[in-house]
Write a protein that binds this ligand. Structure first.
Ligand code: NAP
Length: 533
């Protein structure tokens, strides 16, 4: 991103296309019934509640138990957005069996043939972008600008992997003997399991599923229960694009039985998980006995370092966008600002000035920069973290209160919070909060800033604001993070470059996104060929 061009509040993934002010409609998606089986108790044109099913073996199906659960709009918890099957072990087993059956034929297709289906799915998703963005806002809570950018990112991901299908293969190597050749083939792993979080409900399933499918694997995916709709919309797009039955399967419901089945079912060859550190760690231990390939991308405590020579207006804007944008519910969000003492007061003042005018409200309302927390538990987690910080001696400089004016009382809204007087040993400086809560730490030197930045267990993203080229280079060498930004927001990723964390943020083995993702979803075979005789 050009430093001179500031992104809008929702620039986590891609420069978002702002589709302009949108009126809040109660039944925005009711005009079409999406699935052959629709459990909605009222006619689609009158019913605001979507009814989704699992997608297993190319069929839409309920849970064997008949149980369902519903999602609610974080901006107004009175509104039920959709109902889903509450699936468990039988559905996980069925999805894995369907994937196992579909795998050989899918793997036997050329990558180009597989890529064509991904490209077609991209076109289908693109044709439905405004509706999907609106549904995403209603289920997850981010702003329409942010959601539109995220749906656009999923469109681009499928297009990207469709495009690289023409080059996604192995390498050739010269031999030291004439008439000999060596080459590698990328081969799919088999059935791969994907488990995804709620905070990027379409981008993350897309960035895992697209490279997995392009590589010739069959997929079983469990989305987060907080926001499963987008994953099922991906399934629908792939289905309509002509993906063979069983190649892509979605099971909605409880994480624990799905994880247990993935861990024990010998058909599953790999697990890619994005989510919390606690769940990721338990899954890592569960799959370890079978030694399957496992990729975990988890939480973090991302710093932005503000040096004394920084453009402080720029620094405050970048921190506000990376800290308050997406309601701070991004794994790459800035939650620590490490500021050189000579500019501490001026920077703090500028950040607070922005926090005071940061517009909080329902994501579908015009001009809103920050939506609600995703649910009551996350909201309470923010308040608890702020209280704990104050108990340890931090000062709440601005915000952090619940917003209850008018209809906001029905949602999980809070003011962006700025905490000062924070020291590196406080919990607020060490543990992920996953909300718009920014802690400011003062340091006396560039060296100390790096030391404080690195002094946590996590290492996903880190940003530095400076005009000093040498310090920028030294920082990029020394910072312990997988994503390193200079004069940019700590959030915001390109889809075609490697992405992943270090330390406790990741298994730190394989990277996601771009061609790096193909390394996880394929194994390499080396062929020695002698045609000299
Ligand atoms: P989470 O609670 O760990 O859930 C993630 C997924 O795991 C959900 O689909 C969840 O299903 C499932 N799950 C829960 N318990 C499970 C179990 N015992 N076995 C198998 N699956 C289980 O995380 P979250 O609250 O959705 O997401 C927020 C976290 O994700 C934050 O820590 C954030 O930093 C991290 N994150 C990291 C990245 C990254 O790339 N590093 C990106 C985005 C988010 P249910 O929803 O049904 O419980």
């Amino acid at each position: 991103m050009d430093v001179g061009r500031l992104p809008s509040g929702g620039d986590e993934l891609t420069p978002a296309e702002d589709s302009g002010p949108t009126k809040l409609k109660m039944h925005p998606l009711a005009q079409w019934s999406i699935f052959p089986i629709d459990l909605a108790p009222c006619p689609p044109e009158k019913c605001s509640v979507r009814s989704y099913q699992n997608y297993i073996g190319g069929q839409w199906s309920a849970a064997a138990s008949g149980k369902t659960f519903e999602t609610r709009n974080p901006a107004d918890s009175r509104e039920v957005v959709a109902s889903y099957p509450l699936s468990g072990t039988p559905e996980a087993t069925a999805a894995i069996a369907a994937a196992q059956a579909a795998f050989p034929k899918w793997a036997a297709q050329t990558a180009v043939a597989r890529g064509r289906i991904l490209s077609k799915a991209s076109q289908i998703l693109e044709s439905r972008k405004p509706e999907l963005a609106e549904l995403l806002v209603r289920e997850e809570g981010k702003t329409l600008t942010e959601a539109t950018g995220e749906v656009g990112r999923a469109v681009d991901i499928f297009r990207y992997y469709g495009g690289i299908s023409y080059s996604a293969n192995g390498q050739t190597f010269p031999h030291d003997l004439a008439g000999n050749l060596m080459f590698t083939r990328r081969e799919p792993l088999g059935v791969v399991a994907l488990i995804t979080p709620w905070n990027f409900p379409i981008a993350i399933p897309a960035w895992k599923a697209a490279p997995a499918l392009l590589s010739g694997n069959a997929v079983v995916l469990k989305p987060a229960s907080q926001a499963p709709a987008m994953t099922l919309e991906i399934a629908r797009a792939l289905h309509d694009a002509g993906l063979p039955a069983g190649v892509f399967n979605v099971v909605v419901g409880e994480g624990r039985p799905f994880g247990a089945e993935v861990a024990s079912n010998p058909a599953v060859q790999a697990l890619s998980f994005t989510g919390s550190h606690a769940v990721g760690t338990s899954l890592y231990q569960a799959v370890a006995p079978r030694r399957i390939r496992c990729q975990l991308e988890m939480g973090s405590k991302n710093p932005t370092l503000v040096l004394a020579d920084a453009d402080l207006d720029l620094a405050a804007k970048l921190v506000a966008i990376a800290g308050f944008g997406l309601t701070g519910q991004a794994c790459t969000a800035t939650s620590r600002v490490i500021v050189e003492r000579p500019v501490l007061a001026a920077f703090t003042e500028k950040l607070i000035a922005l926090a005071k005018v940061w517009k909080v409200g329902p994501g579908l309302a015009a001009g809103v920069q920050m939506g609600p927390a995703v649910n009551e538990a996350e909201l309470q987690g923010n308040f608890d973290a702020i209280q704990q910080a104050q108990a340890e001696g931090a000062e709440l400089l601005w915000g952090g209160g619940r917003l209850t004016e008018g209809d906001l009382a029905h949602g999980w809204f809070l003011q962006p919070a700025v905490l000062g007087n924070v020291t590196p040993t406080m919990r607020i400086a060490r543990e992920e909060v996953f909300g718009p809560v920014v802690a400011i730490l003062a340091v006396d030197s560039f060296e100390e800033a790096i030391q404080v930045a690195n002094g946590v267990e996590y290492g996903l993203s880190a940003s530095l604001i400076t005009r000093d080229f040498k310090k920028a280079m030294l920082y990029s060498e020394r910072i312990e993070a997988g994503v390193v930004k200079v004069n940019q927001i700590s959030t915001g990723l390109a889809l075609h470059v490697p992405f992943g964390g270090v330390k406790q943020s990741s298994t730190d083995t394989f990277r996601e996104q771009g061609t790096a993702a193909l390394d996880f979803y394929t194994r390499s075979k080396t062929i020695y060929l002698d045609y000299s005789a």
